[in-house]
Design a protein around this ligand. Sequence first.
Ligand code: SF4
Length: 77
Amino acid sequence: MANRLEKYSDNIQGPYFVDMDCIACDNCYYLAPNNFSLTLDFDHAYVMKQPINPQEQEQCLEALKACPVDSIGYQKQ
Ligand code: SF4
């Protein structure tokens, strides 16, 4: 389970976040390209935009479920 206390500071504020266990596998960007991005040095992923419509909500949930190290978290605001 992702740890909100260890989330990267470059996540945009909101319910979804990526924590420091991320291994930069790129799955989340592939599944939810509107919402996840990798840092320029490919060190880790982060949430660049919170989902704002049903399609993005679905894609972000798929990304959360597909993360191989459970590094994507969701916490209601
Ligand atoms: S799917 Fe998980 S491990 Fe892979 S880049 Fe995204 S947050 Fe990181």
